[in-house]
Write a protein that binds this ligand. Structure first.
Ligand SMILES: [Zn+2]
Length: 216
């Protein structure tokens, strides 16, 4: 619900339910002003040639790398659900993603692996990377992103089980502090038969250990 009575400043409408700016507000201008402020605060001159258009570029960049807030997940998958009698595991491996950690607004990135055992429906193959992308293009923590991917697939497909494993390299830990070790973080969410049946879970984890064949 958008309520223009809740304006904060000029031309800014806040979504009352979640505190976000509604899409029709002048978001670019707000971000540009904020970036200019940051540039000044770190000791830069926002008017020097190289930085002159930086606030504008950053504002436009957020449209793209934070686009996931504005995607309707139901619309995303609606035309791609199929009734199929198939109850073997379906695996989509090595889905590349890029996200921003919500603690530092620095990138974390890596690969997501998704598996499910269908109930009555399957989903078009290309939709799973798009689901990953929708959740990655937000301010995130890897644990929550992993769970959100699994829960959305669970909700849409009502499968017998769904598993999501996400590997991530986090720039906020790589660029800061002790610089010599950068372990990749691995998070997982197992639902349904992946949670209750160790054999199912192991079959998935075995798949992840296998290198992807050159013909794929
Ligand atoms: Zn961080």
């Amino acid at each position: 619900m958008t309520n223009s009575d809740k304006n904060v400043g000029v031309n800014i409408e806040v979504d009352v339910d979640n505190g976000r700016f509604s899409p029709d507000t002048n978001r670019h201008q707000i971000i540009e002003d904020a970036v200019r402020t940051i540039l000044q605060a770190v000791g830069e001159s926002p008017t020097r040639e190289g930085l002159e258009r930086t606030p504008h570029r950053v504002a436009k960049m957020y449209d793209e790398i934070l686009a996931g807030y504005n995607i309707d997940p139901i619309a995303l998958v609606n035309d791609a659900l199929f009734d199929v009698e198939y109850d073997e595991m379906i695996i989509v491996k090595d889905i590349e993603y890029f996200s921003l950690c919500e603690h530092h607004m620095l990138p974390f990135y890596g690969r997501a692996h998704v598996a499910y055992i269908p109930g009555e429906k399957i989903i078009g193959l290309s939709k799973i990377p798009r689901i990953v992308d929708m959740f990655a293009r937000r301010l995130q923590v890897q644990e929550r992103m992993t769970r959100q991917i699994a829960e959305l697939i669970d909700e849409i497909l009502r499968p017998q089980g769904v598993a999501v494993v996400v590997e991530g390299a986090h720039m906020c830990s790589m660029m800061r502090g002790v610089k010599k070790e950068h372990p990749r973080m691995v998070t997982s969410t197992m639902l349904g038969s992946f949670k209750t049946n160790p054999m199912t879970r192991n079959e998935f984890m075995d798949h992840l250990r296998r290198p992807t064949g050159p013909t794929l």
